[in-house]
Design a protein around this ligand. Structure first.
Ligand code: GAL
Length: 415
């Protein structure tokens, strides 16, 4: 009797402790732009992992590929004193937010990160020597996605040069397939333009987009870039204006579209539709870019909560989870990326991801591994924005290539 009373009391005490822990469970508010089918599946892996650890999740998903709308929403939240616990940010913007003094460091969770990250990404997620962001994965931008049945139907092969590309596009057109599935939004226009810049060689990309060298920006080769982009445009369908990227990917999934230039989050959409690499679709480096690699590395930063200068337990737990090998694997399998952590096995990944990892390593050595301008990894938002305006205006008008180049050179000076 005594014994059962004691155990009943113990059970009640446990229950109370449990309830207190549950009611005290930290709610983590998370701002991100992962709303497409593949993207949502990927972020759900994190939400589930955090929930297993007892943390609540307030989701602030702001739709809009590449995060343009999300960044505006974030500014409003921070200015009104409602900064989220975690927000998706990358590239130079990480430094900008850190300079505002609104971020916490996550050093306690990052004890061994340096040895597991590609050097350029390790320095991107630090400010003043402290980790202020946690990277998720590496997305390669310079991919061309091709519907395999369409490719077989026209008897084509993945194009290695622009001449081969246009020949294949003509075959698709003749077969009644939209050759290039595209979404006419500024960041998607930039994706194509930047990829064509890369196809002129690693040195050209470096001089033009990293150094913003005026001589390169105004060179005849840059005129050629604009002319190539102009020609690619003639292979879009009529309703490309404003189309979301995942709808363009859906065209390639269904076969109504033959090809798409897009970062490998497109593979997240293929995977979500149960489509397999080399069976249903083919991934190939965009024409002329097999020896180069443009990347974007998604990351979360953590904002000070309630004026406290240190990270909360939930923020530290989230940072640790994101960099854990298991999460890295599961997330990228859904997202289409490769783990940013270099010690994660690629065994479970498809041929595209394996190629991405091999090319990442090779281009880091060869000097062909570049942050993407189109995805905010390279220049300040002001400069990148000015260049984006020029490119998108060019792609939506009948401007002459030389005029495009002239405006580009001026935009590159905007600081
Ligand atoms: C990029 C981001 C990717 C993907 C894409 C489309 O900026 O790095 O993870 O989500 O936008 O939304």
């Amino acid at each position: 009797m005594k014994h059962s009373l004691r155990s009943a009391t113990a059970a009640v005490a446990l229950l109370i402790a449990g309830t207190q822990a549950a009611s005290a469970a930290e709610q983590i508010s998370v701002l991100h732009w992962w709303t497409s089918g593949g993207e949502s599946k990927a972020i759900r892996v994190l939400r589930d992992d955090m929930s297993k650890q007892g943390y609540g999740w307030n989701d602030f998903a702001v739709a809009g590929g590449s995060g343009t709308a999300a960044m505006t929403a974030l500014k409003t939240q921070v200015i009104s004193g409602n900064a989220p616990s975690a927000a998706q940010i990358k590239g130079p913007l990480i430094q900008d937010w850190a300079d505002q003094g609104v971020l916490v460091t996550i050093d306690p969770s990052a004890t061994d990160w340096k040895s597991h990250l590609p050097a350029p990404i390790d320095s991107d997620v630090k400010s003043g020597g402290h980790y202020v962001a946690v990277p998720f994965s590496v997305h390669r931008i310079n991919w061309l996605w091709i519907n395999k049945a369409d490719l077989d139907k026209v008897g084509g092969t993945p194009p290695a040069t622009w001449a081969e590309f246009f020949a294949l596009a003509d075959k698709f057109r003749a077969a009644g397939i939209t050759p290039v599935a595209h979404g006419g939004q500024p960041w998607q226009d930039m994706t194509i333009w930047e990829t064509v810049v890369l196809s002129q060689g690693a040195d050209f990309y470096r001089k033009a987009l990293v150094d913003l060298d005026q001589k390169t920006l105004t060179s005849p080769q840059m005129v050629q870039v604009f002319e190539t982009v102009q020609k690619i445009r003639t292979y879009f369908d009529k309703s490309y204006h404003g189309r979301d990227w995942n709808l363009a990917t859906a065209m390639v999934i269904s076969g109504s579209g033959g090809m798409q230039f897009m970062g490998d989050w497109a593979k997240g959409e293929f995977a979500n539709a149960n489509k397999k690499a080399d069976v249903d679709f083919v991934c190939a480096p965009a024409p002329g870019t097999s020896n180069a690699y443009t990347y974007t590395a998604d990351a979360f930063v953590f904002f000070k909560q309630n004026g406290k200068k240190d990270a909360t337990p939930g923020q530290l737990a989230m940072a640790k989870t994101i960099m854990s090998p298991d999460f890295q694997e599961q997330f990228s399998l859904n997202k289409g990326s490769i783990p940013v952590r270099l010690d994660v096995s690629m065994d479970k990944f498809d041929a595209c991801a394996k190629k991405s990892r091999a090319d990442e390593q090779a281009t880091i050595k060869s000097g062909g591994f570049f942050p993407s301008l189109a995805f905010g990894e390279l220049q300040s938002p002001v400069t990148a924005g000015a260049i984006t305006d020029v490119v998108t205006n060019f792609m939506n008008s009948n401007e002459d290539a030389k005029e495009g180049v002239r405006k580009l050179a001026a935009a590159a000076k905007v600081k």
